[in-house]
Design a protein around this ligand. Structure first.
Ligand SMILES: Nc1nc2c(ncn2[C@@H]2O[C@H](COP(=O)(O)OP(=O)(O)OP(=O)(O)O)[C@@H](O)[C@H]2O)c(=O)[nH]1
Length: 183
């Protein structure tokens, strides 16, 4: 079997949308109710997609707003981006659009491997951003769209499977098989 491919992913979005919670669910199968703002952490986890192993380095970034300067380092060695908003926050949905613009500007390419994620779907009563709105935005970007609940571990794994597929596509290696085995 081919040696594992190392891929570095950045998870970005407005404050408190669940970036750390998604990362923690994926890497450690845990959910924490309390909120502790992130500065920056990198987590590592291995997954298998088709016949290929991947070592994923996930950079859990600090929450941004529309005025934040996007750190230059996020343009350098990142293979793919996970853009997250919360379905309970219109503001976070607006901010994710600004972040997308900044990313395109900074990287200087129209197409970069990214996925769009609407998190906190378990908070039905507090929902402000409809599935349709998220889907339309992703369609504009030609990106894959997921709605997730980090709390209930709903579709969290799909995000990582999806972003790897995007990274491979843009490297010109479409994975033979879409199945994802988590090891
Ligand atoms: N109900 C619910 N709460 C969530 C979910 N994901 C995260 N939270 C809560 O939302 C708060 C913020 O979550 P974090 O994962 O710290 O958010 P973050 O985007 O990393 O925040 P920053 O570090 O400020 O950027 C915490 O209290 C979490 O418990 C979810 O899917 N459902």
């Amino acid at each position: 079997m081919a040696p594992p491919r190392e891929r570095k992913l950045a998870i970005v979005g407005y404050r408190s949308v669940g970036k750390s919670s998604i990362t923690l669910q994926f890497v450690e199968n845990q959910f924490v109710e309390s909120y502790d703002p992130t500065i920056e952490n990198t987590f590592t986890r291995q997954i298998r997609l088709g016949n290929q192993d991947y070592v994923l380095h996930i950079v859990d970034t600090a929450g941004q707003d529309e005025y934040s300067l996007f750190p230059d380092s996020y343009a350098l060695d990142i293979h793919g981006y996970i853009l997250v908003y919360s379905v309970t926050s219109t503001k976070s949905f607006e901010v994710v659009k600004v972040i997308h613009e900044k990313l395109l500007d900074m990287i200087g390419r129209i197409k970069i491997p990214l996925v769009l994620v609407g998190n906190k779907t378990d908070l039905h009563m507090e929902r402000k951003v409809t599935t349709e709105m998220g889907r339309n935005l992703a369609k504009n970007w030609e990106a894959t769209f997921y709605e997730t609940s980090a709390k209930h571990n709903l579709d969290v794994q799909s995000i990582f499977k999806g972003i790897i597929t995007e990274v491979e596509k843009q490297d010109g290696n479409a994975p033979e098989e879409k199945k994802c085995f988590i090891s």
